[in-house]
Design a protein around this ligand. Structure first.
Ligand code: AMP
Ligand code: MG
Length: 345
């Protein structure tokens, strides 16, 4: 059995914090840092006015990531909002969502679930746990068991966004149902970071990457574009090109190379088809979305991965987002807006 190398990089980086700072002329300095957070690699680059180093900005971003994970998003943290929601499954009385931001996010997530016919469905929690996807990320894949089909079929009976009631700030989960915000959490945090960056007078531009989710903001001192690499899904260290943008954008990629385990030549990746309980097989290896919302980009990237090219293109059009698909044949299919942003390698 082989596990993706990304986890080794994550493990290595957890012992290593890189902090780089370079003068760029025009009274602006560049600060960069590579660390880990939200179970993945976090890369931060900011351009700040001289005499600032970006360190305070970086620690504020780290605080947001930790706070959102622990207080809102993680089902592993027992007193996060999501854990509290999960704990009320089947109670009938519902859970009053404390965070208005989370409440709004849930509305958006449900909208994407409805329009994608459940390709995005955060009620897959029990199924993602059966696959033990979290353990793949930490490298603890010893004895990785492929769940029995009978078990998955049984768990699937408790999956279904349409069986959840969201009403007047209350969420009602049916018994045995569990939410997993893995498909959207990094996007939600990117939105928060984008909001924070806007409050900083001393900063002229930034690009922050949390795993597959990126927020770009402002501009580079030389007026150049922010270039987000589109990874070659089958050649580690290679790129197919870049998505090149200026100003504020939210870019999310879902790929079958990000988290996976292999057994007997079969790749089991982390994006589940909620209809089957198995890793989605839609003929794509990765999907990248660009929109003006971190949550939307993250939600759509997962949904489009499950849907594949044809239905995915229809979905992004409905949301006014741009998409780039890398197919199993390594072909690139893009929306017209994405064609204007994509620079081939
Ligand atoms: P992403 O990398 O953004 O596509 O998110 C993948 C993560 O979301 C997985 O690690 C699971 O925790 C969760 N997940 C997997 N499949 C789905 C799905 N179809 N809908 C919602 N969440 C999912
Ligand atoms: Mg996603």
């Amino acid at each position: 059995m082989k596990c993706c190398k990304r986890k080794y990089i994550v493990t290595l980086l957890s012992f290593l914090t890189l902090f780089v700072f370079t003068g760029c002329g025009k009274g602006v300095v560049k600060s960069s840092e590579t660390t880990t957070g939200m179970g993945t690699v976090v890369q931060k680059t900011v351009y700040v006015n001289e005499e600032q180093t970006g360190k305070d900005i970086f620690s504020e971003i780290d605080t947001y990531m930790e706070k959102y994970e622990n207080e809102l998003l993680s089902w592993r943290v027992s007193d996060s909002e999501i854990s509290k929601i999960n704990a009320t499954a089947g109670s009938g009385s519902g859970y009053q969502v404390q965070s208005s931001e989370l409440w709004e996010n849930l509305q958006t997530i449900w909208k994407v679930s409805e329009r994608s016919q459940g390709a995005l469905d955060i009620t897959v929690g029990m199924v993602t746990r059966a696959w033990n996807i979290d353990a793949w990320a930490t490298g603890d894949n010893n004895g990785f068991p492929i769940p029995d089909k009978e078990i998955l079929d049984e768990l699937l009976q408790n999956v279904g966004y349409q069986n959840v009631r969201l009403e007047e700030g209350l969420i009602y989960l049916p018994a045995q149902m569990s939410l997993d915000l893995g498909a959207v959490g990094k996007g939600i945090v990117c939105d928060k970071i984008g909001e924070y960056l806007k409050t900083l007078d001393e900063m002229t531009g930034a690009v922050i990457t949390i795993g597959g989710s990126v927020v770009t903001y402002g501009e580079k001192p030389d007026g150049g574009t922010w270039n987000i690499a589109i990874v070659h899904p089958r050649k580690e260290g290679s790129y197919l090109g870049t998505v090149s943008v200026r100003g504020e954008h939210y870019i999310a990629t879902s790929g079958d190379y990000e988290r996976y385990v292999e057994r007997d030549g079969i790749r089991y990746h982390h994006i589940i088809n909620p209809d089957t309980g198995y890793p989605a097989e839609s003929g794509v290896c990765s999907v990248t979305i660009v929109s003006d919302s971190g949550l939307l980009s993250d939600a759509l990237s997962t949904a489009c991965f499950v849907l594949g090219v044809q239905d995915g293109l229809k979905l992004v059009e409905e949301f006014g987002a741009e998409a780039l698909f890398v197919t199993a044949e390594m072909e690139i299919v893009m929306t017209p807006g994405m064609e204007r942003m994509f620079v081939s390698q």
